[in-house]
Ligand binder design. Structure first.
Ligand code: SAM
Length: 373
């Protein structure tokens, strides 16, 4: 049995009947759960609640949507202008989630959730379309495999299941750990591909404090049970930084491990990250002051900010640092008079001449009495 067949088998059983050992206690928002059918709530194999990060109007993609719980919770938050897409590779899980689609559409007032068959490490490949292709073109000999690969390449390029830059928020609940280690890098690159510039990621998963040794990884039951496939806690964040995400953070960290195996702690966490905007870095004379409490900080693009100094930033980074993600850490100062604007590499950590921002508009997400909002 391989990692993938083991995972398929385990979650087919999980769709059929509740598997108590796959359940990790989570404190979901009860008002959102109230609308959900009991069977979906019971067959919950999540380990966190990424639905908390959903905003009105978002297009949300849920990776490994299982019974559809997070999708149907998110659907209540996106409203009728938003949309939720669940992707899962398991037919039985998809059937369970889809069983309640009409009922949920009636309760929600519109059909704003869809479930697609696919693998989260290959979000361009439409596995339902591949099933249809295989009905017409069964694989019998080596040439058929070559033709299948050519069809897959065409399908990914011509009609990707999830298009580039199409998603506001990618969520996932206890799934990334199940993907084969050799596919995990591609999976995170796929997440990066589909998120819009400025879009967000909120992923609840299991991490380990030490790298799980090979003999634990070979244990199919531990792997499909969301344990031995977990990334080590530092590697998990670094994988997102490496793929190009910024503002990569642990937002939730369960102090109590969910499982301890051979003295390795496996715990539930939620990470958040942002895909940077693609606009060029143009210097127009903006500055930001890092509030502290540390003497200096670096962002995920390598820029350094010294506490209390007016650090020179381009207009793009000014918007980012004074916006929702980082705004409570920085005071922004727009130039009194904008410079003509030149392409600029602000990675050097230069301090802005006071004269350039004197009299400029200050942007401060914290209230005048100093209490951060
Ligand atoms: C632990 S369950 C979590 C289900 C759901 N997110 C929840 O909160 O209950 C893992 C789900 O991910 C799916 N899955 C595992 N590996 C996958 C992959 N590589 N691509 C797509 N789905 C996958 C499984 O079929 C299963 O439904």
């Amino acid at each position: 049995m391989t990692v993938e067949t083991g995972v398929l088998e385990r979650y087919s059983q999980g769709a059929e009947a509740r598997q108590a050992d796959l359940c990790c206690p989570v404190d979901y928002d009860r008002t959102l759960l109230a609308l959900l059918p009991q069977e979906i709530i019971e067959k919950d194999y999540g380990c966190g609640d990424p639905s908390r990060y959903v905003k009105k109007g978002d297009t949300v993609l849920d990776l490994g949507s299982g019974s559809g719980k997070i999708c149907y919770m998110a659907a209540q938050l996106v409203g009728d202008q938003g949309k939720v897409i669940g992707v899962d590779m398991n037919e039985d899980m998809l059937a369970l989630a889809r069983k309640y689609q009409d009922e949920m559409a009636k309760k929600l007032g519109s059909n704003r959730v869809e479930f697609l068959k696919g693998q989260i490490q290959d979000l361009a490949l439409d596995v339902s379309a591949m099933d249809k292709y295989l009905e017409q073109n069964p694989v019998r000999k080596a040439e058929d495999v070559i033709n299948l690969r050519a069809w897959q390449e065409r399908q990914r390029n011509e009609s990707p299941m999830i298009k580039d830059n199409s998603i506001d928020l990618v969520v996932s609940n206890c799934v990334l750990n199940l993907v084969h280690d050799s596919d995990k890098g591609q999976m995170i690159r796929e997440i990066f591909r589909v998120v819009k510039p400025g879009g967000r990621v909120a992923i609840s998963d299991i991490v380990s404090d030490e790298v799980a040794p090979e003999h634990l990884k070979q244990d199919q039951h531990l792997w499909s049970g969301c344990i031995s496939g977990a990334l080590q806690e530092h590697e998990f964040l670094e994988a997102f930084v490496k793929a190009g995400f910024i503002a990569v953070s642990y937002d939730k960290w369960e102090s109590q491990p969910w499982q301890v195996v051979e003295a390795i702690e496996f715990r539930s966490v939620t990470i958040t990250a942002v895909k940077p905007q693609t606009e060029a870095c143009i210097d127009k004379g903006h500055a930001v002051i890092y509030r502290g409490p540390f003497s200096e900080v670096y962002d995920d693009e390598g820029h350094v900010y010294f506490r209390g100094e007016r650090m020179a930033v381009c207009e793009r980074n000014f918007k980012l640092l004074t916006g929702e993600t980082y705004g409570h850490n920085f005071i922004g100062i727009a130039p009194a008079e904008e410079l003509p604007g030149k392409l600029w590499d602000c990675a050097t950590g230069s301090i802005r001449d006071i004269a350039e921002t004197k009299g400029g508009q200050h942007q401060d997400k914290c209230s005048p009495d100093g209490a951060c909002c």
